[in-house]
Design a protein around this ligand. Sequence first.
Ligand code: BEZ
Length: 221
Amino acid sequence: MALRLGDVAPDFTQDSSEGKIQFYEWAGKNWVVLFSHPADFTPVCTTELGETARLKPEFEKRGAKVIALSVDTVENHKGWIPDINETQGTRVNFPILADHDHKVSLLYDLIHPNSLANATVRSVFIIDPEKKVRATITYPASTGRNFNEILRVIDSLQLTDNHKVATPVNWRDGDDVVIVPALKDEEEIKRRFPNGYKAVRPYLRLTPQPNKEAREVAHTR
Ligand code: BEZ
């Protein structure tokens, strides 16, 4: 059965471009972005893996490690990486799992036979330090993902965990956020949001992003 939000991400041991990986040990106490791509030596995948390498410092800032996966072999990955480096002007700096026996693909439901019979689709799993699946995204093979969106989702999840806020439509870092509906206690609200909040409706309470420079809200309660 497909993994759902809140499920525990399964552990596994598998070969990779950086040697054998025991997933939980490799992940440690970090957030993890595990993403599958259809095949080595394909154009969209080449751009995606190059972009992931370029963004690695951004993942690190968020305490997140990245790991890619396809059903190709270690030898194929090792043959392809120099192409990614050369064509994308980067250095692949994260492991690519070689799921030749489909072990991980089966655990994470990465092969969708009505889409691609024998290759993984473009799925992303954002996994928290407790190994819980916190977000899943699946794209077709022909659509390259927006890795800035993946960073944005991690930011949103971490804001919710750390500050009890959710992020509204098209939210970007620094925009106002919304106080989670479950938070009702006025004392806690005052303590958490010293700059106040604007109640557009009782259930829609906007406040400046808590981990940014303090600034006043126009119509505070
Ligand atoms: C690609 O990565 O370019 C690709 C892979 C499979 C199908 C279509 C595109």
